[in-house]
Structure formats: C-alpha cells, structure tokens
Design a protein around this ligand. Structure first.
Ligand code: LMR
Length: 402
C-alpha cells in the first residue's frame, strides 16, 4: 500500500541537530540550530522559569484541556510583551491572540486562516529566510516567492531592492517580515527603514505576517518589537507569530502565540473564531504545562524582572561572542574582510563564504553550521570561540590554496 512513498530528505536544520547529538567528539561545537547555550556550553534552565515551575508543579488543579485558543492569562501576557502594555490596539480590543505550538504553530494557524480568506493571494518571504517559512506557507496552499533582502556581494541588507520589490506587489499579498534578529542573516532594518516598509504596506494594501522569534535578543524588548508597534499604531491589519522557545529556553514546551490585529473589536472577535477553528482542525488545543510556566513568569512582577535580566544577560553574551569571533577571525585570517559580522545582530550570523565548507567544518573540526553558511553565535563561548575562528580560517585558506 505504501510502496509509493518517497524518502524524506530530512530538514536541513533538524537533521544536523541529530548528527551533532551522535557525534562523540568532546570538543564538538553546535552552531547549527538556533539554540542558546550559556558560557558553560549548556542549554540553560532559567532561574525565573525554575521559580515558576515550583508554583506550577505545586498546583493540584486537574490537567484539563485548554480552550482552543489556549490559556487566557497566557494570551494576555503574550500580548503585553509583543505589543507593549500601553498599546492602543490592545486597549481598543482589536487584537485577537491565541496560544500556539511555538512560533511554527503560530505560522501554520495564521497561514491556514489567511489562505482560507485570501485564496487569490500569494505569499512572499525574504531571500534568504528560515527554511520552514516556505514549507509552512506552501503547506497551507500558498504560491510562495522570494523578495530581495540580502546582497551577497556586500554581505549586507539590500534595503532598496527589498522596498522596490514590495512596491510592485499586488494588493493583499502576504509578506513575511522578521521584526528583529533576521534568521538567517542577522541583517537588520533601521527604524526609519521599517517606517518606509509600513508606508509601502499601506500604499500597496499588503498583509504583513511577522515572525517574532527573538524579541529581547537583538537590542531590547521594545526596539525588537518596533515594527509590531509601528504597524499597530498605523492601523494596519496584520498578523504576528511569536515564539518563547529561545527567550525562555523552553524549546520542548512549544510555547508561542499568534495575534491578528484588526480594525475594531468586532472584527477581532471573528478573527479569534477563525483562529480557533484552524486550531481545532489541526490539533484541537495547545498543551498546558509550558504555557503555565511562561504566564507565571510574565505576570508576576518579581519573576518578570528576574527573567528580563536573564534575557539581557543572554543578549549581552551573544553580543560579546560576536565580537570575540570577529577578533579571532581577524587574527587567523587577516586577509579577509570580516566586518559584515559586526554589522549583523541577534542570534545568527550569515557567512555564505563558509557554505561550501560545511562538510569539512563538521568532519575535520567538529564545528556544525548549517548549509547556507548560517552560524548560531549563541553556541559560542570563551572556551570554543578561538577554535571555531581557527576552523573557519583554516577551511577558507585550504580552499584558496587548492
Ligand atoms: C532555527 O532556525 O534553527 C530554529 O528556529 C529552530 C528550527 O526549528 O529550525
């Protein structure tokens, strides 16, 4: 019956994670998947989350199904973080939010709702983007194409090309945007450039679909959500998928949210209903445990302050490691212009120059990056950064010599 099933080639990010796990070398370094490791090379259990777990685990309440839209307290907490506590859109009740299975679940539910109500729309993703964007949108039935984003020659954002392309798009085109910490490039828009994109979105009547997976790991919670707040105050209708995986170090709990920002509260209540229906059709309701941890931290002032400090520490460490990698590369390969690393920000750096050498980096050096040349800066620490810089330099020099 199933003889016609073809083999799955595997996911470019998740397959490497398995290969890394099975690698027995003690000095292996994981710079492939977007995981934050601490200075000791461990995936941290945040203190704020440990404290919240004491409260959550002490509860004797029965573990019933959550509503399709998840825990109301969780949704309120997620809204406050994403939109800002004083958001006019929140106060007007024109934002509908559901708890989702991580950021991916939010993207899937949002894509299903959009596809149902905008069957004639196409979707546009940045070139390059997170691999799963295309898969999720195509899986929902969208025709997907790429808008220019990154200029390989200068290894920097190509804003003019991005803006010109978006100006040519038909009304109601769905455009996936990364408000901060662009994955995979780390190339960011300035606030002025985001303002220009907002103007284009309004002029062309586009539908922005924001993927906010790293809020707080770029510059600050507020700055990283600049685009969200600019669109909301410009009265644009849009969607935002957020993920708590990285910023709570709760990857396996699958905690995220999806918000639809509408013109008014009546529209928002219908948007909520459509998201609930999409959830019911896909997985019925989200899991409870991780969401309780997140809402407990976000809604308790002391735990929240503790958590914000922990995120600030992660952000600071990533920033420091970016600088240390840059220094190491200058030392081991001074002939190459590594300046682009410092121009990028967030969890990732994008070095397409390393892409052809991924296999060699893994086999000869035990350094895992993904095939596009994306490097997860958050996997570096003071013990491994120089070795990584040396490995990068060595594969590039070998290639030049060959
Ligand atoms: C990544 O980009 O590495 C992460 O978002 C993990 C994933 O699911 O791909």
């Amino acid at each position: 019956m199933f003889s016609t099933l073809s083999a799955y080639a595997g996911d470019p990010i998740l397959s490497l994670q398995l290969a890394y796990r099975d690698d027995e070398r003690a000095d292996k370094v994981n710079l492939s998947i977007g995981l934050y490791y601490d200075e000791q090379g461990r995936i941290p259990r945040l203190n704020s989350v440990q404290e919240a777990a004491k409260v959550v685990n002490a509860s004797t309440a029965p573990c019933v199904y959550l509503p399709m839209s998840g825990s109301p307290a969780y949704c309120r907490a997620a809204q406050g973080l994403v939109f800002g506590a004083d958001s006019e859109a929140l106060q007007a009740g024109r934002v509908a939010t559901i708890q989702t299975l991580g950021g991916s679940g939010a993207l899937k539910v949002g894509a299903d709702v959009l596809r149902r109500f905008f069957p004639g729309s196409a979707a546009r993703i940045s070139g390059p983007t997170w691999d799963n964007h295309r898969a999720i949108l195509e899986g929902a039935g969208f025709e997907v194409d790429v808008y220019p984003y990154f200029d390989h020659a200068s290894q920097r954002l190509d804003f003019d090309a991005m803006a010109s392309y978006l100006r040519t798009q038909p009304e109601q085109t769905v455009v996936v945007l990364h408000p901060c910490c662009h994955n995979p490039t780390g190339a960011e828009l300035s606030t002025q450039q985001w303002d220009e994109i907002v103007a284009i979105v309004i002029e062309r009547r586009l539908i922005p679909f924001l993927d906010l997976a790293y809020q707080g790991l770029g510059e600050s919670f507020e700055r990283d959500a600049y685009l969200v707040r600019a669109l909301a105050s410009a009265n644009v209708a849009f969607l935002v998928a957020n993920s708590f995986s990285k910023i709570f170090s709760l990857y396996g709990e699958r905690c995220g949210s999806l918000s639809m920002v509408c013109a008014n509260a009546d529209e928002a209540s219908r948007a909520l209903g459509q998201m609930q229906q999409a959830v019911r059709r896909n997985y019925s309701s989200p899991p409870a445990h991780g969401g309780h941890l997140v809402e407990t931290v976000l809604l308790d002032p002391a735990l929240r302050a503790m958590w914000e400090a922990e995120v600030a520490e992660m952000r600071g460490r990533i920033h420091e490691m970016r600088g240390r990698l840059h220094e190491g590369l200058l030392r081991h390969h001074p002939d190459y212009d590594w300046g682009f690393l410092l121009a990028q920000s967030g969890m990732f750096s994008y070095a397409p120059v390393l892409a052809p050498h991924m296999d060699r980096l893994i086999q000869a050096h035990g350094v895992y990056i993904i095939e596009s040349g994306r490097i997860c800066i958050a996997g570096l620490n003071n013990q491994n950064v120089d070795r990584v810089a040396k490995a990068f330099a060595s594969v590039l020099k070998e290639a030049t010599a060959a």
